[in-house]
Design a protein around this ligand. Structure first.
Ligand SMILES: C=C(O[C@@H]1C=C(C(=O)O)C=C[C@H]1O)C(=O)O
Length: 99
């Protein structure tokens, strides 16, 4: 039987998590739309998608920001590597469309 929020103490927190997850995904969509703009510029100007120095900076900044939120460097590294992988996929897709 489905529990009501009064009978399930986790319900309110889970509603909050669902709402936060929705915002996280919307923010990731916004980030990747900016990556798309960069990808279009790079494709036009023959610039490689992968910019290791820039990603190193991104990683350093996000690890520091994560530290302020009590998040481990390992978690932030895994998260940002996953985001970066998606950025490169999107940029390579743009490049392939331009051929
Ligand atoms: C968005 C860029 O392209 C790639 C993606 C990055 C990212 O998602 O943060 C960073 C560096 C690049 O490897 C960029 O060059 O700035």
């Amino acid at each position: 039987m489905t529990q009501t929020s009064a009978s399930n103490p986790l319900q309110n927190s889970r509603i909050k998590i669902d709402s936060i997850d929705k915002k996280l995904i919307a923010l990731l969509g916004e980030r990747e739309r900016v990556v798309k703009e960069i990808g279009i510029y790079k494709a036009k100007n023959n610039i490689p998608a992968l910019q290791a120095d820039r990603f190193k900076q991104v990683l350093e900044k996000t690890i520091e920001a994560g530290k302020q939120e009590g998040l481990s460097a390992t978690f932030i590294t895994e998260l940002m590597n996953a985001i970066h992988k998606e950025s490169l996929r999107i940029e390579e897709e743009i490049k392939a469309q331009k051929q």
